[in-house]
Design a binder for this molecule. Structure first.
Ligand code: PNS
Length: 177
């Protein structure tokens, strides 16, 4: 039984993340999608919101569960008895930072193996931070994230007061947000 952890901020989950979940579910016996709870990072969405959308999106995979963790990833991996950490690599630019993280994790937990999975090219440009930026400016993010996440993004940015001097509030592309 190989237990893999796919950790991340998932603020919010994107279709690129879900591609990685699908690949991991096919390769490993069990997969835990682990959402980092890091108050220092001031995420846009609460850990409960992020887990809710993930749970909904991965419900078709019988061997995938969603959990949260705080502190060091290696400590969470020990707690869960995981063998593997999965990280997605979208492009060469991701690789250096991911390699540093993998090497640090190996230093801290020598038997924990990090596996890099390439994101399918149609998702390679999608990141949570770009999706948030585009949604905050009223751009269309449907097709990049699950539908309910797109709606939540527009709703969240519509709640935010425009900065002083700005001319309009962010809206969804339909004008509904
Ligand atoms: O989705 P992200 O933000 O790229 O995920 C980064 C994450 C959560 C995998 C990484 O920040 C992490 O593992 N944080 C937990 C704290 C930790 O273990 N830090 C040392 C990593 S070498």
């Amino acid at each position: 039984m190989t237990l893999a952890i796919y950790p991340g901020s998932f603020d919010p989950v994107t279709n690129g993340h879900l591609d990685l979940v699908e690949q991991s579910a096919a390769v490993f016996d069990r997969v835990i999608v682990a959402v980092l709870q890091n108050p220092a990072k001031s995420p846009l969405f609460t850990v409960e919101e992020r887990m809710h959308w993930l749970r909904h999106a991965v419900r078709r995979f019988a061997n995938v569960e969603v959990d949260q963790f705080q502190g060091l990833l290696v400590d969470y991996a020990r707690l869960r008895g995981a063998d593997v950490i999965v990280r997605g690599v979208r492009e060469v630019a991701d690789f250096e930072a991911e390699r540093r993280m993998a090497q640090m994790n190996r230093h801290l937990h020598p038997t924990l193996v990090t596996v890099f999975l390439p994101t399918h090219s149609q998702y390679a440009y999608i990141s949570s931070s770009l999706v948030k930026e585009v949604a905050s400016l009223g751009g269309d993010v449907r097709g990049l994230v699950p539908g309910e996440v797109a709606e939540a993004l527009y709703a969240r940015f519509a709640q935010r007061q425009p900065a002083e001097g700005s001319e309009s509030k962010p809206r969804g592309p339909s004008g509904a947000g």
